[in-house]
Design a protein around this ligand. Structure first.
Ligand code: PLP
Length: 448
């Protein structure tokens, strides 16, 4: 206890004093978090005051099969009792081998090798470092630049964070800037006035073509993109955009890395969305979050077998991909993920796909509210974007923080919202029912 400071008694006071939470603002460190979440059950969580809330964002797009799933909890216990850990450096375990094979079976094309990480940032970081290693081994040490986009979010490690495209994520932070080039955000809602969505798509594709030409294909190693931008505000790109970007990558020997940290494991009704929703076969896919429904911190990269084979046959048989995490291939995480995949395959994916149109259609009714500029989304992810003026689509002032105010009001009414400045993102657990969607939309309507 520091002299002159009152004793911190409640958990909340202790947390505010000692816990440095993600995304703190310098002047209000410790003051920003809204409070405790005590327990969870299905699509609900209970806050410190005993209020039951719909978990609108499924934690952080992750609690896909819902809270308090006995099978997942059981398998965690059983695996921890059987084998809680083994070094992934020079030993293997059964759950990670089985999971890698199951993931490879779901992944598109020849993506059949999996590197497990501890979450999404480390998955993106791994994919980027693999690209660097790959080009070093191929004797192309200059082919390292990464193409990302405005509005993107790819993580909080140094390299992955360098790809982030939301200005507020970059304003006060350093990054590997010389390594990254950013394209425009493919947000149809913010396309130039009077332009068709098709013309906007063509403009975006041309921008990529021009960028490759300007920098030179021999200097660009990868394009990294979320099939649907999540934290940027659920940006569903124009139809045909992703296949066109994929083609340009192929023509220029640029690896296409699909960041499916949010979109994989059911959010769009499939295990992976790249092929099944957008018809593309990336060279690598990153995943995390829904792979364990948030029960264990696990992520990974699925890598094309052709790339791995190229490494194997290279002239540099002694080159080492010096990259590994203590918790790569964690047996408990992988066992949870296997059971989670069972649950997804045995009904939840189907349910998510079937209920998604109702979810989108009910949320769309919020567009009748004067503050709402657009409700958009795909599958079980959606965004309500508020505007200062519906006609001009002018955004609200940055300090308006309308999302936070809507969130605070919805909290009182029984719904957790993910506020993103002037947007509210909704991505509930995939087990949500029609009645629960009705409840969610009714609360959001009143909250807004
Ligand atoms: N990639 C995407 C698309 C994400 O949305 C996120 C997190 O929200 C990440 C990567 C980073 O994942 P993590 O927070 O697990 O490190």
């Amino acid at each position: 206890v520091q002299a002159g400071r009152p004793r911190a008694n409640t958990t909340e006071e202790i947390a505010r004093r000692h816990l440095l939470q993600p995304w703190p603002v310098a002047g209000s460190i410790g003051a920003e978090a809204r409070g405790l979440i005590g327990e969870g059950d299905g699509i609900y969580v209970v806050d410190g005051e005993g209020r039951r809330l719909i978990d609108g964002p499924a934690g952080m797009w992750c609690t896909n099969v819902g809270h308090r799933n006995q099978e997942l909890a059981g398998v965690m216990y059983e695996q921890a009792m059987a084998l809680s850990y083994n070094t992934p450096w020079y030993t293997m375990n059964e759950p990670s081998a089985a999971l890698a094979a199951r993931i490879a079976a779901h992944a598109p094309g020849d993506l059949d090798h999996v590197f497990f990480t501890t979450g999404g940032s480390s998955a993106v970081e791994t994919a980027l470092r693999f690209m660097q290693f790959y080009n070093n081994v191929r004797g192309r040490p200059d082919k390292k630049m990464v193409v990302s986009r405005g509005g993107a979010y790819h993580g909080s490690t140094y390299l992955s964070a360098s790809l982030n495209g939301r200005p507020r994520d970059r304003d006060w932070m350093d990054g590997a800037d010389g390594l990254v080039v950013k394209l425009s955000c493919p947000d149809p809602f913010r396309r130039p006035a009077g332009m068709s969505v098709e013309a906007f798509r063509d403009l975006l594709v041309q921008e990529f073509r021009d960028t490759v030409e300007r920098i030179g294909p021999d200097r660009i190693g990868a394009f990294v993109g979320e099939p649907v931008m999540a934290s940027g505000g659920v940006i569903v790109p124009p139809e045909g955009y992703l296949p066109a970007i994929r083609d340009i990558c192929r023509e220029n020997d640029i690896l296409f890395i699909a960041d499916e940290v949010v979109t994989a494991f059911g959010r769009l009704g499939h295990v992976f969305a790249s092929k099944d929703v957008f018809g593309i076969e990336p060279d690598m896919i990153t995943f995390a979050k829904g792979v364990t429904s948030g029960y264990f911190p696990l992520g990974g990269v699925v890598i094309s077998g052709a790339l791995v084979e190229e490494m194997r046959r290279s002239n540099h048989a002694d080159a080492m991909f010096a990259h590994g995490l203590t918790y790569s291939s964690h047996p408990v995480g992988c066992a949870v993920a296997l059971k989670n995949l069972d649950l997804l395959e045995n009904g939840i994916l189907e349910h998510a796909g079937a209920i998604a149109p109702y979810f989108q259609q009910r949320l769309k009714t919020l567009e009748e509210l004067p503050l709402v500029g657009e409700v958009r989304g795909l599958g079980l992810m959606a965004c309500v974007e508020c505007v200062a003026d519906r006609e001009s689509r002018n955004p609200l002032a940055l300090d308006n923080e309308v999302g936070k105010r809507i969130d605070a009001h919805c909290h009182e009414l029984g719904l957790l919202v993910r506020p993103l400045i002037h947007m509210c993102v909704m991505s509930p657990p995939l087990i949500i029912t029609r009645d629960q969607i009705d409840d969610m939309v009714a609360i959001l309507h009143e909250g807004i």
